[in-house]
Design a protein around this ligand. Structure first.
Ligand code: MF3
Ligand code: CO
Length: 255
């Protein structure tokens, strides 16, 4: 069953989304050359503490043990679930995907941005832009009466149009009291297929694209997903609410 949030839960999801967005936005500004991904993670932890939020990633159980950090930070050829490290120092021209999922008053907000560190090449810049556009196109399909496959298809087509690869083993998801609820939202699929979308559902939509081949492997740390060909990957994510009208993005920064 896909949970339909009550009016009260929707208020809480709005708050949870705003908190996750603030953590991510402040971390994104801190992602400059010379900073290690571990510095960045601890910076994120401090903001969570300040805002009264908790990481939804820390200790999250996986096949190779529990996730060891507060956020996932994946640079260049790392696609997702990058484990922050003191030995990984951001440098000019890198791209870094920062994935922030937090609990706030019992509800989860989940969002990701791929940040450009200093000046990135034109090719990498357009690649990141296409991933961002795919997220918007996916969100546009998140309407009452549509199906999950409509979101998936919109994302897939945008990657294909530009000749990029799609991460197939990892998906978007429902989000609420738990970080991962039903349904799964693959980044490829057929229109008019899959679970029916209804107002009151809250979803994390998250295209994960590769610049080259789609083959990936998991690094020795048991978490970090990397491309086999060493080419860059990008990841963008928002938590959204399906309404009777346009979807509402819950992970926007409040002014
Ligand atoms: N926030 C990620 C997602 O979108 C999950 C991180 S995996 C974890 O699903 F192990 F770090 F929690
Ligand atoms: Co997610």
């Amino acid at each position: 069953m896909i949970p339909i949030k009550t009016a009260d839960e929707i208020l809480r999801m709005r708050e949870a989304g705003a908190v996750a967005a603030e953590v991510l936005s402040r971390m994104a500004k801190y992602a400059i050359a010379g900073v290690s991904t571990d510095d960045l993670d601890r910076f994120g932890r401090d903001i969570m503490m300040e805002l009264g939020a908790k990481s939804a990633c820390l200790q999250y159980p996986g096949r190779n043990g529990n996730y060891p950090a507060y956020t996932c930070i994946s640079i260049n050829d790392e696609v997702v679930h990058g484990v922050p490290s003191r030995n990984v120092i951001l440098k000019d021209g890198d791209i870094v995907s920062i994935d922030v999922a937090t609990f706030y008053r019992g509800y989860v907000g989940d969002n990701t941005r791929t940040v450009r560190v200093g000046n990135v090449s034109k090719e990498v810049d357009s690649f990141v832009k296409v991933t961002e556009e795919a997220l918007s196109l996916g969100i546009e399909q998140a309407k009452d009466g549509n199906r999950v496959g409509d979101i998936s298809h919109a994302i897939e087509m945008h990657a294909k149009r530009h000749g990029y690869g799609i991460l197939r083993g990892f998906v978007g998801h429902g989000v609420g009291r738990e970080m991962h609820e039903e349904p799964e939202i693959p980044n490829y699929g057929k229109p008019h297929t899959g679970p029916l979308l209804k107002a009151g559902m809250t979803l994390a939509i998250e295209p994960m694209f590769t610049m080259g081949d789609e083959e990936i492997f998991i690094a020795k740390d048991g978490w970090t997903v990397k491309t086999k060909d060493g080419k860059c990957a990008a990841h963008c994510e928002h938590t959204i609410l399906i309404t009777d009208n346009l979807p509402e993005i819950l992970t926007l920064v409040k002014k």
